[in-house]
Design a protein around this ligand. Structure first.
Ligand code: NAD
Length: 277
């Protein structure tokens, strides 16, 4: 029986399925197979990026699934080297052509890459892209408070989403407060800590209590916090397991225990302020 994913309304009135399927580090040739698997299981939202180099395989899977275009929410991202107006416009056209679609549902600036000094110009270009209809919603990824405040202050256009590293060990409370202030939805990458959180004894105990897996408990925690969450797996049984998260809920005690896992040292990926790419 297929389960429909809850939708979150963005600040531009478009809606995004709260649970998506992420494809970072999936080779193009494999993407075609695993994205089809995810669509078969019931995912309606796929998160890719130009730099993942799997937009062609992802697009082939979308076509093979044979669903009307509007039934799948597709996100892709502008890579750092393509920041700046001219390169960004070309990069979007390349992504659309690789994906084989007329538009993407969400286009994100992948990293602020502050040393390039181009994220504001890139953001203005995304605003243009939205007007052109090639992109339904525009947002950012890995933006810190100063980057968000600058693009909003200079353009008056607020991103719908900031896609950031967020999991129980790195809960990003300060950044979330800025999101709340501006009506920006928090989307979480590496929600399972790239698999590193799955052996955590606190999470394991909660999983045992509910007869669920650690991955399911973590994804449920993201959903209960009203985040958008995009776990990745290439294993069919896990793709299915990660989607089977709608039939249970965490209680107050579980949520308190998970909240206590937050750590200032919990970041796994690069720090957006110092990332050298
Ligand atoms: P993740 O936290 O989703 O972990 C994925 C890994 O966890 C898998 O490779 C597998 O080893 C393990 N796993 C997944 N499901 C499991 C299960 N049910 N049981 C046991 N092990 C399981 O890591 P991620 O891929 O880094 O993040 C998810 C998505 O977020 C990416 O695919 C990508 O779409 C996005 N992302 C975005 C950025 C960005 O800068 N915007 C950065 C990283 C990732």
């Amino acid at each position: 029986m297929s389960q429909s994913t809850p939708l979150i309304t963005l600040n531009d009135k478009n809606q995004i399925p709260q649970l998506g399927y992420g494809v970072w580090q999936v080779p193009d040739i494999e993407a075609e197979k695993v994205v089809q698997e995810a669509l078969k299981v019931g995912y309606t939202h796929v998160d890719t990026a130009a730099i993942y180099q799997n937009e062609i395989g992802t697009g082939k899977a979308l076509k093979a699934a044979g669903k009307p275009r509007k039934e799948t929410f597709i996100t892709t991202k502008l890579w750092n080297e393509d920041q700046g107006r001219d390169k960004a416009l070309k990069a979007l056209d390349t992504s659309l052509s690789k994906l084989g679609v007329e538009y993407v549902d969400l286009y994100l600036i992948h990293w602020p890459s502050p040393q390039r000094g181009l994220y504001l110009e890139s953001w203005k270009t995304l605003v243009e892209m939205k007007k052109s209809g090639k992109v339904k919603s525009i947002g950012v990824s890995n933006f810190m408070p100063e980057h968000l405040e600058r693009i909003i202050g200079e353009t008056g256009e607020t991103p719908v989403i900031n896609q950031i590293e967020l999991h129980p060990r790195f809960q990003q409370k300060e950044l979330r407060a800025i999101h709340e202030k501006h009506g920006i939805v928090t989307e979480c990458w590496s929600p399972l800590g790239q698999g590193q959180l799955l052996a955590d004894p606190v999470i394991a105990a909660i999983a045992k209590k509910h007869g669920k897996s650690a991955a399911q408990v973590i994804i449920r925690w993201h959903l209960d916090n009203k985040f958008v969450v995009i776990p990745k797996s290439v294993t069919p049984s896990r793709i299915k397991e990660n989607f089977d998260v709608f039939g249970f809920s965490l209680d107050k005690e579980d949520m308190q225990k998970l909240a206590a896992l937050d750590s200032k040292e919990g970041r796994i990926g690069p720090n957006p302020l110092t990332a050298a790419f």
